[in-house]
Design a protein around this ligand. Sequence first.
Ligand code: PHE
Length: 447
Amino acid sequence: SNNHQAPRGDHPERFSSVGFIVAAIGSSVGLGNMWKFPYITGEYGGGAFFLLFIVSLILIGLPILLAEMTIGRGGRGDSATAMFNLTGSKYWRLFGLMSVLCAFVIMSYYTVVAGWTLHYTVESFAGVLFRGGDDFRGKFETFAGSYWPVLWQVVVMAGCAWIIAKGVSGGIERFNKILMPGFLLILLLLMVRSLTLPGAGEGVQFFLWPDFGKLSAESVLVALGHAFFSLSLGMGCMLTYGSYVSRKQSLGVATVAVGIGDLLYAFIAGLVIFPTVFSYGLEPGEGVGLAFMALPAAFAQMPFGSLFGGLFFLLLAIAAVTSAVSIIEVPVAYAMNNWKWSRKKAAYVLSAVCLLFGIPAALSVGGVFGGFQPGGKTLFDWYDFTAAYVLMPLGGLVVSLFTGYAWKRAKEEAGLSGFWNGVWMFLMKLVSPILIVLVFLYSVGII
Ligand code: PHE
């Protein structure tokens, strides 16, 4: 029923207008851009994969991003409350549970990788990383297989809980505004270093020259899944952030800004990693350790490399935290609205629960749980697969259908009319549901 009365006015907790855009970019730019994007590009088709990713980002990602922000602001609540507020139907509340589950799954392995970056920060500043030869692959494997990753995971989780407990403008917004620009600066510096290594051209060619023969059906699934992951979609994250933004903010502008920001960071990350990988004779299909093997090699060759390396990994850890914070905000907002928990309690209790899911993942990359591989995947890989290729696309499907069919006032809240609203509705009603269902059926092995 669409005669349900949507809430008026703004949420009591609020981002500033710039703060909202920066926080949304902070959520989208993270390990997905710097760690995951390069290694899946390496595995699933190089330049042709990059192109596929850009198409998924524009065709499916951005319209769903706009939809999530619109639903969040219109319904002024977490992923369960907002959809209910807009339709009065309790079935849409299920999206809330799905997104809370997805947040736990992502956090479980995201904090593992964020923890790795902290370890590399310390080792790099201290110079230890560069002693004893440049077998950076061996060094990564030894570290990832030890117990240290658990300690760093706890540090990351505690940091996230602390920021979240400080609230939307005093915690999330403030933190994002300081860190995101600094990160870009160091990244550009690194790009210059990596592009001037001997043999860099080969890496650039691998990254940017599309050879469509390298694509497989799986490439399409991975590209689409990564568009969701990279834009933080399908699990209520952008929806929850959208609930904290003023009615005056243009959501169209925010959507374009996040899209450009996300793509830019991924592009630069590719230009940092692939030239280094080729210059050092590493394999671009090296998998989850790729960034941790390639980047130290570049730093080792650089004057003041241990300083730049330390700084880089520190900023990367921080970019990871600005994303992780947005993930955990999903269950936190849910618990605050639906169970009336205080922000502090929700932040600390739910982070602790996340940790229980996460520790086994930290020990599954060559550690004690490394041998446990049902279906040929480690726990770490299973979490990643479930989140990026199952739960997030399904969540995106729900958001599309909700915007396309269930909530009739979406275009007013989004500020769209005429041609652009027509395009948006066409994508929400038809293109994105059909594509997601096809890709999903493929991924679970039905077609
Ligand atoms: N978009 C983040 C990244 O690319 C990860 C993320 C996923 C953040 C889901 C929030 C929600 O690193």
